[in-house]
Design a protein around this ligand. Structure first.
Ligand code: AMP
Ligand code: MG
Length: 414
C-alpha cells in the first residue's frame, strides 16, 4: 500500500512557513540603471538627499500675487516679472503680480496663484484679477511629496514603474538590487513531447505536450529569475540523478514538475535523497497536494530543490502559493504572502472538500465572482480563463452571495 496514503496532510500555511525558513536571501547585489530596474528588488533603502518638490511652485499657468493686494475682484496689478518653469524669479514687490507657469517656483512674497482663466492681460504691462484668491491656492509646497532625509523606498521593495519614477525624482540614476536567483527548470515524464518537435497528427498514443515547462518558465522570468531550461528528464532513476547533479552546480534553485508522487514511476524522491535531502509533503490543498522540498549538495554549498506536482493546474497553483514567495524571499522581499481580498461569490459550491481549495474564478465588472465549470487539476483552460482563485477553507461550502476570499492572479503570478 502507498505509505503516504494515510500520512496526515500538512496545512498549506505550515508548508509555506517551513519553506520560508529555508529561504535565506541570496548574497550579492547588482547595480543597474534605474531604467532597467523594473521588477528587481531594492537591496538598500533609498533616502532622499533633497526635498521634492525642491521649492514652492505653481500648479497652474496664471499670476502669482500677494492676497493682500487683491481684496476684491477686478483689481489691476503691474506685471513685474515672468517666471516660466525652469527659471527662478525675484521677490515679488507689493502691488505687483508675476506671470507664472506650471512648475515654476513661486517668488518670495507671493502667497497665491490666480489661474489665467480668472485674469485678463491688459496692454501688456498690467493684469486685471477677476477673482479673490485664497492664501496658498494653486501652490504646491516644497517637500509636500518627499521631505529631506525621508526614507523613500525600503530595502526589499520589489520595484514597479511608480517606484522607478520615485527613485528618479530623488536623483537616483542607478540602483543596487538583489541579484537574480539562478533557477534550473526541468520537467519529468516519458509521456512529454515538446510542441514543435512532433506535429499533433503524429503524436504517439499516450504522448502529451509539455505545457508546464512554458508557464513555469514564464512565471520564473516574471519574478526576476535567470532560468536554465534543462528540458525533459525521462522517468529513470539514473537519468534523474544525473540531471539533478548537473543542475545543482551554478543554480540557487532546481525546480521540477511531475514525478513527486510515490509511484514506481516517480523518481524524484530517491534521486534527490541520493544527492542530499528531501521532504515529500502531502499538502492539504486542492489542486496541489504532493510537493517536495529538499537540498542538493554541491561543492561547499547546496542548491534548493522544489518538486511540483505534474498535473498542470496543480503545478500552476502550487507555484503561485509556494514557489513564488520563496523566490521573492531569496531576493530579500519581506512581505511575500499573496493578499486575498473579500469578494462576493456569484456561484454555488455545494460540496465541501477536506482540503483547502483554490477555485478558478473570474471577476465580473460588479466584482462578483464567476466559477469555471470544470475545476479538475488537469484542465489548464480553467487557469487561462480565470483571473484569480477563491481561497476556500477546508470543509466549507459556498452559496451564491457569500463573501469569499479572492486571490487575484496578480498576487500569484506577477
Ligand atoms: P506526475 O506528477 O508525474 O504523476 O504527473 C501527473 C499528471 O500530470 C500526469 O497526467 C502527467 O502526464 C501530467 N504532467 C506531468 N508533467 C507534465 C507537463 N510538464 N506538462 C503537462 N502535463 C504534465
Ligand atoms: Mg510523471
Amino acid at each position: 500500500m502507498n505509505p503516504q496514503a494515510r500520512a496526515p496532510l500538512k496545512p498549506l500555511d505550515e508548508a509555506l512557513a517551513d519553506l520560508l525558513a529555508q529561504a535565506t536571501p541570496l548574497a550579492g547585489t547588482d547595480t543597474v540603471n534605474t531604467f532597467d530596474a523594473d521588477g528587481r528588488v531594492l537591496a538598500q533603502a533609498a533616502t532622499s538627499p533633497l526635498q521634492v518638490p525642491p521649492s514652492d511652485n505653481s500648479s497652474m499657468d496664471g499670476y502669482a500675487v500677494r492676497c493682500a493686494d487683491v481684496p476684491a475682484s477686478g483689481v489691476e496689478l503691474l506685471v513685474s516679472q515672468r517666471i516660466p518653469a525652469g527659471s527662478f524669479g525675484t521677490p515679488l514687490a507689493a502691488g505687483t503680480a508675476a506671470r507664472i507657469f506650471t512648475g515654476a517656483p513661486v517668488p518670495a512674497g507671493a502667497d497665491a496663484i490666480v489661474m489665467q482663466e480668472d485674469c485678463e492681460a491688459l496692454d501688456g504691462e498690467r493684469v486685471r484679477v477677476n477673482a479673490v484668491p485664497a492664501p496658498g491656492q494653486w501652490i504646491r509646497r516644497a517637500g509636500e511629496d518627499i521631505t529631506l532625509g525621508a526614507q523613500v523606498l525600503a530595502a526589499g521593495t520589489r520595484l514597479t514603474p511608480a517606484e522607478l519614477g520615485l527613485a528618479a525624482s530623488i536623483g537616483l540614476g542607478r540602483l543596487q538590487v538583489a541579484r537574480r536567483p539562478r533557477v534550473a527548470l526541468f520537467s519529468t515524464g516519458d509521456e512529454l513531447v515538446m510542441p514543435g518537435d512532433v506535429p499533433p497528427a503524429q503524436m504517439k498514443p499516450g504522448a502529451i505536450y509539455n505545457s508546464n515547462r512554458f508557464f513555469l518558465r514564464a512565471m520564473l522570468l516574471r519574478l526576476g529569475c535567470e532560468v536554465s531550461d534543462l528540458g525533459i528528464v525521462p522517468d529513470r532513476r539514473e537519468a534523474t540523478v544525473a540531471a539533478l547533479r548537473q543542475a545543482a552546480s551554478g543554480h540557487d534553485l532546481i525546480l521540477t514538475s511531475g514525478g513527486v508522487s510515490v509511484g514506481e514511476e516517480d523518481h524524484i524522491k530517491p534521486a534527490v535523497e541520493s544527492l542530499g535531502r528531501l521532504d515529500l509533503w502531502q499538502i492539504a490543498m486542492k489542486p496541489g497536494k504532493p510537493f517536495a522540498y529538499g537540498q542538493i549538495a554541491h561543492g561547499s554549498g547546496s542548491a534548493h530543490f522544489m518538486g511540483l506536482p505534474g498535473n498542470p493546474v496543480s503545478s500552476f497553483v502550487t507555484f503561485g502559493l509556494l514557489v513564488r514567495p520563496f523566490v521573492l524571499r531569496l531576493q530579500g522581499v519581506r512581505d511575500v504572502a499573496p493578499k486575498a481580498i473579500a469578494a462576493t461569490a456569484g456561484f454555488d459550491w455545494p460540496r465541501a472538500d477536506k482540503r483547502r481549495e483554490f477555485l478558478r474564478v473570474r471577476q465580473g465588472v460588479d466584482g462578483t465572482l464567476e466559477l469555471f465549470a470544470n475545476q479538475s487539476s488537469g484542465v489548464l483552460t480553467s487557469a487561462a480563463w480565470a483571473d484569480g482563485v477563491v481561497d476556500n477553507p477546508a470543509g466549507q461550502t459556498i452559496a451564491r452571495g457569500d463573501r469569499v476570499r479572492f486571490l487575484p492572479f496578480a498576487e500569484l503570478l506577477s
